[in-house]
Design a protein around this ligand. Structure first.
Ligand SMILES: [Zn+2]
Ligand SMILES: [Zn+2]
Length: 223
């Protein structure tokens, strides 16, 4: 009934029925376990000791940032696609399980969705990471903490910026409350150089930090 009023189309191929049809879901390319700093293969997505400057002990990436990924992210940013977030959450949870990364996600860990700028939140009306975080927290028995890490700095839309511009964006984070000796999992949608996530992690020093990311581009040596 609802579909008649609001028909749903696949964001990639335009087929009607789902926001991301099963054929296009297959176009998401699985990433391989690597150290997020040097980007060499690393078992269980663990950051090598010699690479671990910021205290992020492991960083899980769901898929490569390819054309389909880019379309998903732009829908997140500009449309209010709750159903798309549901589909992506479901696929992401599957990835976390099949790769075994689930074993690194201790029950009761604090899950921090990467905050967005307040201005963007007001424009969009929601934080897409928070929607996905809710599904992940439920699945893996984590506790969402959404009022600790805040973000200020540039108010540019990240989706509109080129990779180069994004690198130059100054992300300033601040903590509202001190956290110490906690198991923390930060959730972000896309990471590029990792500079943003490193800035956030610096504030959370003294905790066991892991990161979940939906998408990341191929490492340079594979391009
Ligand atoms: Zn499709
Ligand atoms: Zn490394």
């Amino acid at each position: 009934m609802f579909d008649l009023i609001f028909p749903t189309y696949c964001l990639n191929c335009g087929r009607s029925g789902e926001y991301l049809c099963t054929e296009c879901q297959k176009k998401l390319e699985r990433s391989i376990p690597e150290c997020y700093i040097c980007r060499r293969i690393s078992n269980r997505y663990v950051t090598h000791d010699q690479c671990n400057y910021y205290g992020i002990n492991s960083l899980f990436v769901g898929w490569r940032y390819n054309t389909v990924a880019r379309k998903i992210i732009s829908q997140f940013k500009y449309k209010y696609s709750y159903s798309l977030a549901e589909i992506i959450s479901e696929l992401f949870i599957k990835r976390i399980k099949e790769t075994g990364f689930v074993n690194q996600m201790d029950k009761g860990s604090l899950l921090i969705p990467m905050p967005i700028h307040k201005k963007h939140f007001l424009d969009r009306g929601f934080n897409q990471s928070l929607l996905i975080a809710e599904n992940i927290a439920k699945e893996f028995s984590l506790q969402i903490i959404n009022d600790v890490l805040y973000r200020t700095g540039s108010s540019k839309y990240q989706a509109k910026s080129t990779v180069e511009e994004r690198r130059n964006l100054k992300d300033i984070f601040y903590l509202k409350k001190e956290l110490l000796n906690k198991n923390i999992i930060i959730l972000d949608d896309v990471i590029t150089t990792g500079a943003t996530i490193n800035n956030a992690a610096k504030l959370l020093k003294g905790n066991n930090i892991k990161v979940l990311t939906l998408f990341r581009g191929k490492p340079r040596y594979l391009q």
